[in-house]
Ligand binder design. Structure first.
Ligand code: ATP
Ligand code: PRP
Ligand code: MG
Length: 287
């Protein structure tokens, strides 16, 4: 019997492609495809990859042409299709915001009343304006939105912001944030049980990779009489491992901590007598 294959849509080229392919690779999925080949099969896993335009993926997933897709949460919200978010993926983080020329004294969303706003996200903007009880003219354009106020096309824009440098270079200032976004997996709402099982396995692998990315394995040496104090500082997964060093009166202490916690506690560890602290990346983490 042929095994069920899950069809997963990823962006053909653009902001999401590298993160999507890298993640699948780290999940141990080998994709054999030549350049310009828009469908590829994983050699060692029951999935097929479809390379599509990002903005088309929600429709394809709703229709079942693809079973799942990797898109930004902003696109999932904008397209309003019958698709379900399965898992946020932690990359391509950005936000959808209102921005206006920097000389404008923006008094809040009510400033937008009666104005022209350029955007590639008309549904998300309409939703925001309705919520704020504001009537404005939505001018839909498909790219280079930040140029619109400078060429007299609009008074304000509603577009994606990440570092803010595109806004800055175009003399605009970010005002209200409509939504925060990161890449996510979405799925068709009527997946067969077999396909759901393949997706569950894939999700398990992805979670192990994502968890590992946020954690570090750390080890350090410490005098035996300081070991208790150091253990109290460490917020590890469980209890840390303590092993005696060849030098009498010294221990090696190992544990796993979130990277962001590490920077918070490094000073405390040193002050408590830890030496030779090593921080090592983790490849996969299963808990
Ligand atoms: N500057 C950014 N920083 C981080 N993530 C971003 C940024 N710009 C866009 N994204 C995210 O990447 C997604 C894809 O953006 P990209 O510009 O590559 O494609 P697109 O022009 O929206 O789509 P298409 O593939 O249909 O041409 C966006 O929907 C958003 O989630
Ligand atoms: O805040 P920043 O870090 O400057 O990023 C924001 C810019 O990035 C995206 O455009 P992109 O480069 O994807 O170009 P596009 O309009 O062709 O999609 C987005 O539409 C903004 O223009
Ligand atoms: Mg873009």
């Amino acid at each position: 019997m042929e095994t069920t294959r899950l069809k997963i849509a990823v962006q053909k080229s653009g902001r999401l492609l590298d993160g999507s392919v890298e993640l699948l690779k780290e999940c141990g999925i080998r994709i054999n495809n030549g350049k310009d080949q828009l469908k590829a099969s994983a050699a060692n896993y029951p999935i097929d990859i479809l390379y599509l335009r990002n903005s088309d993926i929600p429709q394809y997933v709703q229709d079942g042409v693809a079973d799942v897709g990797i898109i930004g949460q902003n696109t999932a919200f904008e397209k309003q299709k019958r698709i379900e978010e399965v898992l946020p993926l932690g990359f391509s983080k950005c936000r959808l915001s209102i921005a206006v020329p920097k000389h404008v004294s923006y008094s809040g969303p009510s400033w937008l009343q009666g104005k022209r706003i350029a955007t590639s996200y008309p549904n998300s903007l309409r939703h925001f304006l309705q919520e704020q009880d504001i009537t404005a003219e939505i001018h839909e354009i498909s790219g280079s939105v930040e140029i619109a106020p400078n060429i007299g096309l609009a008074d304000a824009i509603c577009d994606l912001v990440s570092s803010g440098s595109t806004l800055f270079k175009n003399g605009l200032e970010e005002q209200d944030v409509l939504l925060q976004s990161e890449a996510c997996i979405v799925k068709n709402d009527k997946l067969s049980a077999e396909k759901q099982a393949v997706l569950d396995q894939l999700t398990f692998r992805i979670q192990s990779v994502l968890k590992a990315r946020h954690n570090k394995y750390i080890l350090m040496n410490a005098p035996a009489d300081k070991t208790g104090e150091i253990i109290n500082i460490l917020p590890g997964m469980k209890s840390p491992t303590v092993m005696p060093l060849a030098t009498e009166g010294w221990n090696s202490i190992h544990t796993v901590i979130e990277e962001k916690q590490f920077w918070e506690i490094i000073g405390q560890l040193k002050a408590a007598g830890a030496q030779g602290i090593l921080v090592i990346p983790i490849e996969k983490m299963i808990i």
